[in-house]
Design a protein around this ligand. Structure first.
Ligand code: AMP
Length: 180
């Protein structure tokens, strides 16, 4: 696995445990020689992942829409920055560049990216492994919701299984590498 797309929060107003996890993920990917593909911002956990990967000697590719090319948002120290026309193009390009996906805690943007990757996997548009880093139990309710969705009949067990989750970076990356 050469490149992983990372989806995560753009907010910095979150407890330190999440920033620490973002830093650990960035460093861990760099140590494994895996390039980070992400949304190109310097804010929030996005910036923490990118900074940690770069500080550990890793490569980081940012994919950012023209509309977000603002000084307070864009990361100017990346290995490569691709500027695209829209949020839709950004999601498609990030997935195209990546061999797998990791979603970390985040808000609506993160959930949207995660669920698009899952929906496209369900439709066999791609077969890239998708991981969820469940830091500090943040995604517990989301995971139980998905289980309920299977029990209710809206989600097939085999599609529920497309989402690989783990509570630590190392175990999540191992699950992704085994599924690759
Ligand atoms: P959120 O989870 O709502 O903070 O959104 C973060 C996710 O959506 C990231 O993975 C980004 O790819 C994308 N995103 C949303 N807002 C921004 C922003 N202001 N700057 C850069 N990326 C963003």
């Amino acid at each position: 696995m050469k490149r992983v797309a990372v989806y995560c929060g753009s907010s910095s107003a979150v407890p330190a445990v999440f920033k620490a996890a973002a830093t650990e993920l960035g460093a861990c990917l760099a140590f494994k020689g895996i390039t980070v593909v992400y949304g190109g911002a310097r804010i929030g956990l996005m910036g923490d992942v990118a900074d940690a990967a770069l500080a550990s000697g890793g490569d980081v590719i940012g994919v950012i829409p023209q509309a977000l090319m603002l000084d307070e948002v864009v990361h100017k120290g990346l290995t490569r920055l691709e500027v695209v026309g829209s949020m839709h193009e950004r999601k498609a390009r990030m997935l195209e560049l990546a061999d797998g996906v990791v979603a970390m805690p985040g808000g609506l943007g993160t959930l949207e990216e995660l669920f698009e990757a899952l929906t496209w996997a369900q439709l066999r548009v791609h077969a890239k492994p998708i991981g969820l880093l469940n830091v500090n139990g943040y995604f517990e309710t989301l995971l139980s919701f998905l289980d309920d969705s299977v029990s209710t009949g809206f989600l097939l067990e085999q599609n529920r299984a497309l989402l690989l989750d783990a509570t630590t970076t190392e175990s999540l990356l191992n699950r992704l590498l085994n599924a690759f």
